[in-house]
Design a protein around this ligand. Structure first.
Ligand SMILES: C[S@@+](CC[C@H](N)C(=O)[O-])C[C@H]1O[C@@H](n2cnc3c(N)ncnc32)[C@H](O)[C@@H]1O
Length: 441
């Protein structure tokens, strides 16, 4: 029997909503006193809340009538407006449980069940874990992240709890200098050029700090970065397309080292300004250790194919467990750093599209590791994998909703041996999944 609708709000313009579950965006959803259902950001299952109905079945939280016992005071002054965090109002232990429950439900809905060990989640430091932030310079001088749900508005930030404090301090100092120098900020509407983004990248275990100015073609004075404590590398990423909004561009090194360094499992990784690195190095290290431990249980060594290999994190961490390793990655800059990171190891890296390369692989591989972007594996990659039948597959997914659909598509030929969650993204509804698949006999 579904629960009765919540009692009516005394305020005619408001509705009362009983929150039952989270949706994929981490918003609480549930029935309202007038019969519909709403998704309400910053609520928690079990709560009764008073909301204002907005467009597209979303409600704006006005008052919590019956709070959840796991509701807490958010740490950051910008929480509730800034698009960076969605779950600071939830106790961290409860966040982890919600993520576990959601993925368990998804597994069962897809009729997937890991054969060995029940699903568990590796935690993270709850704050100051991120190694990268892309701050926007808005035309009116605001500097920060986009407002939740509004690509056309930016929150002027004076703190960010996801970043180490000293990194945020450096970002604010760079912004102060940019303003004091009177540098222009790009205006997308009027199509006038200027500074666009400040991308800060931290080696969490090395202390390196790379500062990237994404801008239209323009001269940047050295006084923007001179004397900044801890900065090891400065780049300008030149984006001359007035119509796009990317925090990316053609790199020009302005000062310091060509890459920043990160240390994972006692190995040093060089990371270039346009190369991906896992956003939470403390958890990335646990991920690499987990995959190492799992692949070590195989009976024979064989070869490893690391598709979507980036700067070679998994290839390098696993190389000693295989006879040969091939990494495939479509970003030539990342491949350049992968080759440097793998110096002396039996790994070959190929700069190619995963789909194209997989259509004609040149060797046999015992294990396929895939770590695709949030969009998951393209259908043709799934078809190629089903056609070639690797004995083992390691699926690393930053979007398990999508990753589990791919795993279900592979299920006719592969059974789900084991899986674990890694909380790379505390204070948000996102989580990382690593699954091990074994070919059916
Ligand atoms: C989630 S990252 C994983 C990187 C790496 N496994 C790591 O742990 O650092 C996905 C990588 O896939 C690359 N990529 C995206 N689309 C690709 C494609 N179609 N073919 C090959 N690589 C691709 C991206 O450049 C990025 O480096």
């Amino acid at each position: 029997m579904p629960d009765a609708l919540p009692a009516r709000s005394k305020h005619p313009a408001l509705r009362v909503c009983r929150i039952e579950q989270f949706d994929a965006k981490g918003r609480g959803t549930g029935p309202t006193d007038t019969g519909g259902r709403l998704a309400v950001p910053y609520t928690i299952p079990g709560e009764v809340v008073e909301v204002e109905k907005l467009r597209r079945q979303e409600g704006r939280l006005r008052r919590v009538l019956e709070p959840s016992p796991v509701r807490i005071e958010p740490a950051c002054a910008h929480f509730g407006v800034c698009g960076g965090c969605a779950w600071q109002h939830i106790d961290y232990a409860a966040q982890r449980q919600f993520k576990l429950d959601q993925i368990r439900e998804r597994l069962s809905a897809l009729d997937l069940c890991p054969e060995e060990e029940s699903l568990c989640l590796e935690p993270s430091p709850p704050y100051a874990y991120r190694n990268r932030m892309d701050f926007i310079w808005w035309h009116d001088g605001r500097f920060g992240l986009r407002e939740r749900g509004k690509w056309f508005s930016v929150v002027d930030l004076h703190e960010c709890r996801l970043l180490p404090e000293e990194v945020m301090h450096t970002a604010l100092e760079v912004n102060r200098r940019a303003r004091a120098l009177g540098l222009p900020f790009r205006d997308a509407k009027r199509q006038t050029p200027g500074l666009r983004y400040l991308v800060v990248r931290r080696g969490i275990f090395t202390g390196d700090l790379m500062v990237n100015f994404v801008s239209d073609p323009m001269d940047l004075p050295a006084s923007l970065w001179e004397g900044l404590e801890g900065v090891t590398s400065v780049y300008q990423l030149v984006n001359d397309n007035l119509e796009n909004d990317l925090s990316d561009g053609i790199p020009a090194r302005l000062w310091g080292n060509p890459s920043y360094q990160e240390r994972i499992l006692d190995r040093i990784f060089e990371v270039g300004p346009r190369s991906f690195f896992q956003p939470n190095p403390a958890v990335a290290e646990k991920m690499a250790a987990y995959v190492r431990d799992r692949v070590n249980h195989r009976e024979r060594r064989g070869g490893l194919l690391d598709l979507y290999c980036g700067i070679g994190l998994f290839s390098v961490c696993l190389a000693d467990l295989f006879d040969h390793v091939t990494g495939v990655e479509n970003n030539p800059e990342a491949v350049h750093w992968a080759r440097i990171n793998a110096a002396g190891l039996p790994i070959s890296f190929v700069a190619d599209d995963a789909e194209t390369w997989l259509a004609s692989p040149r060797r046999e591989f015992d294990t396929l590791l895939v770590d695709p972007p949030r969009t998951g594996l393209p259908p043709r990659v799934i078809q190629a994998v089903l056609g070639q039948l690797f004995p083992n597959i390691v699926y690393v997914s930053c979007n398990p909703g999508r990753g589990l659909e791919d795993i279900a598509a592979l299920a006719p030929h592969y059974r789900l041996h084991s899986a674990r969650l890694f909380d790379q993204f505390p204070q948000t509804p996102h989580v990382e999944l690593i699954a091990f698949l074994v070919r059916r006999n």
